[in-house]
Design a binder for this molecule. Structure first.
Ligand code: ZN
Length: 442
């Protein structure tokens, strides 16, 4: 799972997400009647009926006017009463069912089209199905309990998953180094941070504080100027640090809290011992500033070479996401293993991976005039054969002949796909990577 460089089409959303407040004001108070409103003789009784459905229940499906001034289907996730107002004056936290959850937001009643209200569906059934589809954690649980035997545990897990999935964003912004960053998702900070809308992070040790003065005091005595761990790569101003979650438990946990603010599905918070964190930094005379990271299990039976991946929003769209992916495969090559990212991948993560796989595989296919097998491609790239197959199938470069998958690639078709995939940007210079694969000490 991961959050990487957003594609162009999406960028309008995520950029605009930061301005939701201003948009609230401009769309909430202009008094435009909802477009579906029927001006009939029964208007009064209609009005009465609408009033009787207020406040809307959590779980209600309704149309909501978004910042594009169009109506989109939403589901009410949470509601809260506005202070000093009439009894039915509530704000609603909604999820736009067509959009990514990072766009979930508080909206005013005026934005909702009450004519479109649908009855609350049976949440339990629906959400169980969704959560079964959504997470690897769940799949693992099902495998372990063989479904028939383990209903109880499954229900508890579904419930937890559901709670997680419907969480309202808690921290709105963070300060990290030179940046103030708007967050995207809920993150389970300890209860004493429940009343905070903003958190102040030390950009080096990732300790977080409630108040600016606390951070300033901390910065005077914090002696870290880079992530705790070994610098395993340096090229120009870019450095990669390998942090062992067991040796740097607090750092690992802080990183997970921070990352969750920008990752929708992420289940790892406390068991950081089993992971290595690869933290990418831009370095200058003030220190090494984290731009993103990926985590990796020390031992993965499923040949995962990456667990979570994130480029922090201020550094997105600069090629760092692709750099991190490429880096994870360079580590796999050094280990002499093939690797694959842990699922589910986020929407942005999947896009970045598809782009990476397409570029790497098609470059090789071009050089070898497609005269190469999937196994050979996998050996050369450390990309798992399944991922190669799905990528090439998606590009319609695979045919099934006499019980075998055969790569069929017209050079013109390759060029067209390569052009569409764009360039990788930042390359990993393997000669600058000084690293030996992880081995348990002792
Ligand atoms: Zn610090």
């Amino acid at each position: 799972m991961g959050s990487l460089d957003p594609p162009k089409a999406e960028s309008n959303y995520s950029n605009a997400a930061g301005k939701s407040d201003a948009i609230h004001k401009s769309t909430g108070d202009d008094g435009d009647p909802p477009v579906h409103k029927e001006m009939t003789m029964e208007y009064d009784s209609l009005k009465k009926r609408k009033t009787s459905m207020l406040p809307l229940e959590v779980g209600t499906n309704v149309m909501c006017r978004w910042r594009d001034n169009k109506y989109h289907p939403v589901k009410v996730i949470e509601r809260r009463k506005l202070p000093y107002t009439a009894p039915n004056d509530y704000e609603y936290y909604v999820h736009y069912t067509e959009f990514n959850r990072r766009l979930d937001e508080w909206v005013k009643l005026e934005q909702l089209d009450l004519d479109s209200v649908q009855a609350v569906v049976d949440e339990k059934v629906e959400d169980k199905v969704t959560s079964l589809k959504m997470t690897r954690h769940q799949k693992r649980k099902i495998d372990e309990t063989h479904i028939e035997g383990g209903h109880e545990e499954l229900d508890a897990a579904s419930l937890r998953e559901h709670e997680e999935f419907t969480k309202v964003k808690n921290i709105a912004t963070i300060e990290l180094g030179r940046y103030e960053i708007e967050t995207w998702y809920f993150s389970p900070f300890p209860p004493e941070y429940n009343d905070c809308l903003k958190l102040y992070f030390c950009e080096f040790c990732l300790n977080f504080m409630k108040r600016k003065e606390q951070l300033q005091r901390h910065m005077r005595k914090c002696d870290l100027k880079h992530p705790p761990g070994d610098e395993i790569y340096r090229s120009g101003t870019l450095s990669m640090f390998e942090v062992d979650g067991k040796k740097n438990k607090v750092y690992g946990q802080n990183l997970c809290y921070l990352a969750k603010l920008f990752l929708d599905h992420k289940t790892l918070y406390y068991d950081v011992d089993l992971f290595l964190f690869y933290v990418l930094c831009e370095c200058d005379d003030r220190g090494c500033h984290m731009v993103g990271y990926f985590s990796k299990e020390k031992h993965s039976e499923e040949s995962y070479n990456l667990a979570c991946i994130l480029t922090l929003p201020p550094y997105q769209r600069k090629g760092y996401g692709k750099f991190l992916i490429a880096f994870s495969y360079e580590l796999s090559k050094k280990e002499g293993k093939v690797g694959t990212p842990e699922r589910p991948l986020s929407d942005l993560g999947l896009l970045s991976y598809r782009g990476y796989w397409t570029r790497v595989l098609l470059d090789i296919l071009k050089k070898h005039k497609a005269n190469i097998s999937i196994k050979e491609l996998s050996d050369m790239t450390a990309i798992k054969a399944d991922d190669i197959l799905t990528t090439l199938q998606g590009l319609e470069l695979i045919q099934y002949r006499k019980g075998q998958h055969v790569i069929c690639a017209d050079p013109k078709v390759l060029d067209r796909h390569l052009k569409a995939a764009g360039r990788g940007g930042l390359e990993v210079d393997v000669s600058k990577l000084i690293w030996t694969p992880y081995k348990e000490q002792g």
